[in-house]
Design a protein around this ligand. Structure first.
Ligand SMILES: Cc1cc2nc3c(=O)[nH]c(=O)nc-3n(C[C@H](O)[C@H](O)[C@H](O)COP(=O)(O)OP(=O)(O)OC[C@H]3O[C@@H](n4cnc5c(N)ncnc54)[C@H](O)[C@@H]3O)c2cc1C
Ligand code: FES
Length: 290
C-alpha cells in the first residue's frame, strides 16, 4: 500500500531514460564537495526530489564497484539559457561517491531524474502554519537548501537549524544563501555544542508549536529524534529519508519500508519526502553514513 495519492504534492516527472550532463564546476566545501552540472534537456526539479547519478567514466570499470547508479538530492537548481544548472552536495563515503567527488569540469555525469516526491507547502500540512522550521544534519542539509530558497521565493517565513558531528563532517552551508542559520555541532566547533535537536526543542517549546511545520533531513538517529519530538508536541513534519536504492523509480522494491497504517511504501516513489505521521520510526536499515 502507498500513501494516499490525493494528499500528495504535485511532482515533476523525469524524462524517460538516462541522459548526459556535463560538469561545470566542482568545489570543496568543508568536508563535502559541491558538484554543479548543466542538464541540457531535463526539467526544473522540485525541492526534495533526487537524481540517480553515474560518472560517465571510471564506473564499474575492471569489474569493480560501483556497478549501480547512486541517489543524490538536488541541493540547488537554476534555469539557464543552455539548460538547467543542478548542484549536488556529496560526502565521499564509498566507491560511488568517491568517483563522483573526483569529477572535474568538462567530465560527463549521467543522470536520471528528477525522481520522487517533493516537500509540501506548510499550509498543506497545517492550515494554521505561520512558517517553516528546517532541521538538517550533516549531508542532509542538501534538500533543505533548495527548499529554503523555494520557501523564501514564495514569501514563506522560515528558520533553519543545522547540526554537524565535527569539522570533517560539515560543509555546504553556502548553498543555503542565508546568513541567519542557527548551528549546532557535537564537538563545539560551530554554534551550540550539542545536537541540532536541542535547538529544535527550544524553538518548539517557545513560541511555535501550534503554528509550526518542521522539515528535516539527516542521519536516521537525528531524523527519529525529530519525528518523536514533533509527534509528542502534535507538530506536523515531513522527513526526507534515505534507504539503499538500486533503481530509484519503483522497479526493484529494494527501498521498501513499513507504513504505520500497515503495508509498505517504496521510498523512491512514495518518498523520499514522507509525512512523519505515516511512519512508526525513521530508523531505516542500511541507511546513514558511518
Ligand atoms: C534519496 C536519497 C538522497 C540522497 N542524497 C544524498 C546527498 O545529497 N548527498 C550525499 O552525499 N549522499 C546522499 N545520499 C546517500 C548516497 O546515495 C550514498 O552515500 C551513496 O549511495 C553511497 O554510495 P558509495 O558507493 O559511495 O558507498 P557505499 O559503499 O555504497 O556505502 C558507503 C556507506 O554509505 C552508506 N549508504 C549506502 N547507501 C546509502 C543510502 N542510500 N543512504 C544512506 N547511506 C547509504 C552505507 O551504509 C555505507 O555505510 C542519498 C540517498 C538517497 C536514497
Ligand atoms: S529503489 Fe528500486 S523500487 Fe525503490
Amino acid at each position: 500500500m502507498s500513501p494516499d495519492a490525493a494528499t500528495e504534492p504535485a511532482r515533476t516527472l523525469a524524462p524517460f531514460g538516462r541522459r548526459r550532463s556535463d560538469v561545470v564546476s566542482t568545489e570543496v566545501s568543508g568536508g563535502y564537495r559541491i558538484v554543479t552540472v548543466r542538464d541540457p534537456s531535463g526539467p526544473m526539479p522540485d525541492a526534495g526530489q533526487f537524481y540517480m547519478l553515474t560518472a560517465e567514466t571510471g564506473w564499474g570499470g575492471g569489474g569493480e564497484r560501483p556497478f549501480l547508479p547512486r541517489a543524490f538530492s538536488v541541493a540547488e537548481a537554476n534555469a539557464a539559457n543552455d539548460g538547467v544548472r543542478l548542484s549536488f552536495l556529496l560526502e565521499d563515503v564509498g566507491p560511488g561517491t568517491h568517483a563522483l567527488a573526483a569529477l572535474e569540469p568538462g567530465d560527463g555525469l549521467l543522470l536520471t531524474g528528477p525522481l520522487g516526491r517533493p516537500f509540501s507547502m506548510p499550509g498543506e500540512l497545517n492550515p494554521d502554519a505561520a512558517g517553516a522550521i528546517l532541521v538538517g544534519g550533516g549531508i542532509g542539509l542538501a534538500p533543505l537548501a533548495i527548499w529554503r530558497r523555494t520557501l523564501a521565493s514564495r514569501g514563506v517565513p522560515e528558520r533553519s537549524l543545522l547540526g554537524f558531528r565535527d569539522k570533517d563532517h560539515a560543509g555546504g552551508m553556502e548553498l543555503f544563501r542565508c546568513s541567519e542559520v542557527r548551528l549546532a555541532s557535537e564537538d563545539g566547533h560551530a554554534g551550540h555544542r550539542g545536537y541540532v535537536t536541542d535547538l529544535l526543542a527550544t524553538m518548539l517549546d517557545g513560541d511555535s508549536a501550534g503554528t509550526a511545520v518542521v522539515y528535516s533531513c539527516g542521519p536516521p538517529g537525528m531524523l527519529e529524534a525529530v519525528r518523536a519530538m514533533c509527534e509528542e508536541r502534535g507538530v506536523e513534519a515531513e522527513l526526507a529519508m534515505e534507504s539503499p536504492m538500486a533503481c530509484g523509480y519503483g522497479a526493484c522494491f529494494g527501498c521498501a519500508m513499513p507504513l504505520r497504517s500497515g503495508g509498505y511504501m517504496r521510498l523512491c516513489v512514495d518518498g523520499p519526502v514522507v509525512r512523519a505521521a505515516d511512519v512508526e520510526t525513521a530508523m531505516v536499515e542500511g541507511a546513514g553514513h558511518r
